[in-house]
Every structure is written in structure tokens, then in C-alpha cells.
Design a protein around this ligand. Structure first.
Ligand SMILES: NC(=O)c1ccc[n+]([C@@H]2O[C@H](COP(=O)([O-])OP(=O)(O)OC[C@H]3O[C@@H](n4cnc5c(N)ncnc54)[C@H](OP(=O)(O)O)[C@@H]3O)[C@@H](O)[C@H]2O)c1
Length: 303
């Protein structure tokens, strides 16, 4: 089978598409024929070695989220059958979903909601878990509250809008001009362009403010929060101000994955895909993403 690998930490120009053996599932694992895998900014952190807890073993695979069909299973697997259409999450220590096959523990694999394509389902786990963590676990979102989402059409932002709506919140979103229509389609109640943003009209309006991109700092956000409002920030650590209280650095737990899967089965989530590329064409696209040239929406590799 074909798989994208790297043999040392570095950048995307060091990636190669190689022929390797199909992996064998351990007793609690599934073997999945991957139909789609989504790209996340953290893939680049792992490739660069700038991510906590990575083991020193090489070669390593790239990619965390996937969707596909069950092709085999270990002896302890009870929840799935051959041919099931599933999606899931590899875990940071694993060997990468930019591959024709993966093995993953059954706890990290979920039945694909039938209304989602493989490509859409492959976009869900990491960004869904992060948005759920930010709004529900950290933000303690309650029905009827107002949520301000800065960067509401990126990977995490688009799930944050929809999770907030699922829990009955009012959503004020910011994004670039090119994605304003998408922001409304996924349910944002008010949409503003972030480059022309004047925060004064939002004074004391937000119960939760979630920042996914750009440069807004704690002092910028504070005036828009209600008195007991919560600020959640998912940007990498170099943007962190010491006063932040809800900086999210440990993104994915089983609780989050389960919760996002439940929401995906109860709601009709819309996943915005900006770009689809084949596994064969993936490396030039990964190099482009590393240079900051991203489409509006998720980039998905299609196998
Ligand atoms: N801590 C965690 O657990 C965790 C988990 C996942 C991701 N992250 C981090 O969170 C960030 C977002 O992840 P993602 O997957 O959502 O990335 P993404 O899909 O690339 O989205 C980036 C978002 O930032 C917006 N943006 C870009 N420039 C902006 C500006 N000047 N002002 C306001 N917004 C701006 C983009 O808006 P447009 O598309 O409209 O330009 C887009 O909504 C990344 O830095 C990632 O590393 C952290």
C-alpha cells in the first residue's frame, strides 16, 4: 500500500510517498481502508518535531483524521463489522492517516453518519474535539448564551459555530470576505469581516469568546466579554498571553470524540471542504499549506 512518510523531523519537502506493508491490527484495533484523510495545522507541528511527547522512532506517517471502510479487526473488536463505513482519529503517537490503510483502536473509530461523505467525515475528529473542548468543556456554554468566534470558517471555527448552534447559542462570527456566505450557511447569526473589525459594538455581548486565528490578544477580547465571560484560545503557544485562563493545549480526549460523534449523529453538520487532492498529489499540496497557502475550508486527501 502507499503511505506518506518522513524519515527525520523537518518540513514538507522531506515527505515521500512510499510502498509499505498493510498494517496488522492488534486485538482491539480495526484495519481501515482509508477513503479520505483531512489536513490539520498540527500535522506540520508533528512533522517539524515541534510537538510534545513525540517518540524518536522513524519513519513516521503524517495525518490524524480519516474516514473509510472496515477491512479487518483484532480478536477483541466487537462494535464493528467488515464493510462498515467509519471515521476516526489516529492519536498523536500513531503512524499517520495519509495512507491507503490505517489501524486504529476501536474506541477512536465511529460509524460514519450516512448524511456525511467520507471526505466530510474525515474533517470532523480533531477540529470537532477542539471546538467541543473550547465551548462546552472549558466555556461551559449554556443555551441562549452568546458566543463570539474569531475565525469562524476555518477547521475549528466551522465546528465551533455548529456546536454552539447545536447547544442553542447565538453566534457572532468573524472571517475573511471570501467565506462570509459560508459562515451564514453553517449557522452564524451575525458575520463580520475580520480585517475591518471594530470590536466596540460588541462591548459586553459575549459569554464566550473563542479565537482561532489572527492576532487579537487578551486585552482586545476582554471588553466584549460579559462580566463572567470566558475567553478560550486555541492558537499555538507563542501567541499566549500570561493572563489567558482558558488556553487549550491538550486537544483530544475520548470524552470529546464521543461527544462530537453524538452531535454529528443528532445534527446535520455541514463540513466546508476547500480543496480535494489525491494521495499521489498530496506532497505539493502539503508544501503549499506549510507556506500558508490554504483554501477556504479543509484540505482533504482522497485515496
Ligand atoms: N490547541 C488545540 O487544541 C488546537 C487544536 C486544533 C487547532 N489548533 C490551532 O488553532 C488554529 C486554527 O486551527 P484550524 O484547524 O481551525 O486552522 P485553519 O483551518 O487553517 O483556520 C484558520 C482560521 O484562522 C482565520 N484567520 C486567518 N487570519 C486571520 C486574521 N487575521 N484574523 C482572524 N482570523 C484569521 C481563518 O479565516 P479565513 O479562512 O476566513 O481566512 C480561519 O478561520 C491553528 O493555529 C492550529 O494550530 C489548536
Amino acid at each position: 500500500m502507499k503511505k506518506i512518510l518522513f524519515h527525520q523531523f523537518g518540513n514538507a519537502s522531506q515527505l515521500s510517498l512510499e510502498e509499505v506493508s498493510v498494517p496488522i491490527p492488534a486485538s482491539d484495533e480495526l484495519l481501515i481502508r482509508v477513503k479520505a484523510a483531512s489536513c490539520n495545522p498540527v500535522d506540520r507541528g508533528i512533522l517539524s518535531g515541534n510537538f510534545p511527547g513525540l517518540d524518536p522512532e522513524f519513519p513516521k506517517g503524517m495525518g490524524l483524521d480519516f474516514a473509510g471502510t472496515v477491512e479487518g479487526s483484532g480478536s477483541q473488536v466487537s462494535k464493528f463489522q467488515l464493510g462498515d463505513e467509519v471515521y476516526g482519529w489516529m492519536g498523536y503517537g500513531s503512524s499517520g492517516s495519509f495512507s491507503e490503510y490505517v489501524v486504529a483502536p476501536q474506541a477512536q473509530v465511529f460509524m460514519k453518519p450516512s448524511y456525511l461523505s467520507f471526505e466530510e467525515a474525515a474533517c470532523l475528529p480533531l477540529v470537532g474535539a477542539t471546538a467541543y473542548n473550547a465551548l462546552i468543556l472549558r466555556g461551559k456554554l449554556k443555551q441562549g448564551q452568546s458566543v463570539f468566534i474569531h475565525g469562524c470558517t476555518g477547521g475549528v471555527g466551522q465546528l465551533a459555530v455548529q456546536i454552539a448552534k447545536h447547544f442553542g447559542a447565538y453566534v457572532i462570527g468573524t472571517c475573511s470576505l471570501r467565506t462570509q456566505d459560508l459562515a451564514r450557511i453553517i449557522g452564524a447569526d451575525e458575520v463580520y469581516e475580520y480585517r475591518k473589525l471594530d470590536l466596540k459594538p460588541f462591548a459586553k455581548r459575549a459569554d464566550i469568546a473563542l479565537v482561532t486565528g489572527g492576532k487579537l490578544d487578551f486585552e482586545d477580547i476582554l471588553p466584549i466579554l460579559k462580566s463572567k465571560g470566558v475567553f478560550t484560545d486555541i492558537r499555538p503557544k507563542n501567541h499566549v498571553h500570561p493572563q489567558y485562563r482558558q488556553v487549550i493545549t491538550a486537544p483530544v480526549t475520548q470524552e470529546m470524540l464521543n461527544a462530537v460523534n453524538k452531535i454529528a449523529h443528532e445534527s446535520q453538520l455541514k463540513l466546508i471542504i476547500g480543496e480535494r487532492v489525491s494521495l499521489q498529489q498530496a506532497i505539493p499540496t502539503l508544501i503549499k499549506l506549510e507556506q500558508g497557502k490554504r483554501a477556504s475550508g479543509k484540505t482533504v486527501l482522497v485515496m
